[in-house]
Ligand binder design. Structure first.
Ligand code: HEM
Length: 222
């Protein structure tokens, strides 16, 4: 009998994390935020937390660019920190850093990314995939809803985080990204592949925990 074709690593990551994706997408905070049940403060709050996350993802990008496995994924076109800072200046004013602090779940998420960026770049890749491919996918839905709910200029200040100026063809970019994931998967043994898949699920859970903390800041009115 012929041996079955191995599942491409990009497919494995997507299918293995689909339940976690569902949970993040339908989390109370995201549902309320995108259902226009929370104000612009909650959106600004989310953006502030994302600033910590992307700083952690991006501050070691230069060193990671030299890494054989993670290196091919490091791409200046993805960098989000500067875009988030512009959004925050719009949302919170020029002194946007004043009073901004990471929620406990954000601090835990950041600590995990920082740990992986230095100690296990394949694990870092799981986080890179979870955030950036998500931003290029569902992030575009979020942008549209945010523009509508809070009147931001289309692709302008407030939603720049979701706008990848240098990626003119997101579908092609995602195809290339998935091909790189497949190649990375082939360079790993089975144990390592499984560990990366588990880390990807964990990345979703860490995101879900941030939403949970944010949700707690906006109690349902009685
Ligand atoms: C309300 C929130 C969300 C919506 C509406 C949403 C929606 C979507 C949609 C429609 C896709 C498929 C796009 C395509 O096939 O190209 C997608 C893919 C993806 N999303 Fe989300 N999403 C949300 C939240 C999230 C969150 C919180 C994360 C992780 C932090 C995430 C990570 C991903 C990833 C990694 C993919 C790519 C899957 C793959 O093709 O490998 N999403 N999302």
């Amino acid at each position: 009998m012929p041996t079955p074709e191995p599942v491409p690593f990009s497919t494995l990551l997507r299918t293995a994390s689909s339940e976690e994706h569902e949970a993040a997408e339908h989390s109370s905070f995201m549902s309320r935020l995108l259902g226009d049940q929370l104000g612009i403060e909650a959106y600004a709050d989310l953006t502030g937390q994302l600033w910590y996350v992307y700083r952690a993802l991006e501050e070691r990008a230069e060193q990671l660019a030299a890494h054989p496995l993670a290196g091919p994924f490091i791409d200046p076109a993805l960098l989000r920190t500067a875009a988030i800072e512009r959004d925050l200046a719009h949302l919170r004013g020029p002194d946007w850093r004043d009073g901004l602090a990471p929620l406990p779940a954000t601090a835990a998420y950041v600590a995990r990314i920082e740990e992986l960026a230095t100690e296990w770049p394949a694990g870092y890749l799981a986080h890179h995939y979870t955030r950036y491919l998500g931003d290029l996918s569902g992030g575009q839905i979020i942008r549209g809803l945010a523009e509508k709910a809070w009147g931001f200029e289309r692709k302008g200040d407030g939603v720049r985080f979701y706008v990848f100026e240098e990626i003119t063809n997101p579908a092609a970019f995602k195809r290339d990204y998935r091909a790189k994931l497949d190649a990375a998967g082939e360079a790993m043994d089975e144990v390592e592949r499984r560990r990366v898949v588990e880390e990807c699920k964990r990345a979703f859970v860490l995101n879900g925990n941030v939403f949970h903390d944010l949700d707690g800041r906006y109690p349902l009115s009685a």
